[in-house]
Design a protein around this ligand. Structure first.
Ligand SMILES: [Zn+2]
Length: 229
């Protein structure tokens, strides 16, 4: 059972065995942001915290982020993520969201920022009221997954560079793995790290991950798991 931790009067996080998801409440609506890895009753847990009408938003559709999606008839997601979602068994209808869209929970606008790379339809969510950026798996201080189908390191670097345009609009980053919160300057560090990997300037360690041979590039601030070429 995921552990529930209140972060402010309108925000909760659910710690689900190495991955987390969030409940954000506004004045009129609530949003569950992702639904965890091992929590099919995520919606029910969130229901115990608020009576507001609730929507579901996915930062992306890897299997550790969608375990409770089945309780919803629709999910807000970037449509570029649909193949990954269906491959992982997701059946929910998709309400498409893209860069620049605002989902307003009532005095709590959530701005969608497209950040493809970790997956094709990865999004970040800028919570303008609390000046928080929800970064999915793309900005975190654990190991960023960049191996396997759907990953693209070039798009990843471009997306994080795009995120820099929003610098100054948030004070904290909420990632789905690793520490919480992390500081905004992690974005620049990750751009630098991924760039070094691309240029062949970083040394990776071989390891096996879910049957894949991968290279782990460890930097002081985070790691990257990449395809072994
Ligand atoms: Zn994840």
């Amino acid at each position: 059972m995921a552990e529930v931790i209140q972060m402010n009067e309108n925000t909760w996080r659910f710690e689900d065995d190495g991955v987390r998801f969030f409940l954000f409440c506004g004045d009129e609506k609530a949003a569950l942001i992702d639904s965890g890895m091992k929590t099919p009753d995520a919606a029910k847990m969130a229901r115990e915290l608020t009576d507001l009408p609730m929507i579901l938003i996915n930062t992306h559709a890897d299997p550790d982020h969608i375990s409770g999606n089945g309780a919803f008839s629709e999910v807000y997601m970037n449509p570029e993520e649909e193949s990954n979602y269906r491959d992982n068994g997701g059946t929910t209808a998709i309400v498409p969201v893209k860069e620049g869209d605002i989902i307003d929970l009532g005095s709590r606008p959530l701005r969608i920022i497209d950040i493809p790379g970790h997956t094709p339809g990865s999004i970040a969510i800028l919570d303008e009221r609390y000046r928080v950026l929800v970064s999915g798996d793309s900005v975190e201080d654990g190991n960023v997954f960049l191996f396997g189908p759907y990953r693209d390191i070039d798009k990843y670097i471009a997306s994080l560079t795009h995120l820099l345009e929003y610098e100054g609009q948030y004070d904290q980053i909420y990632a789905m793995h690793g520490s919480i919160p992390v500081k905004p300057d992690l974005v620049e560090k990750l751009i630098d790290g991924a760039g070094r990997i691309k240029k062949g300037e970083a040394m990776g360690t071989k390891l096996e991950m879910f049957g894949n041979k991968v290279l782990l590039y460890k930097f002081p601030y985070a790691g990257f798991l990449c395809e072994m070429k």
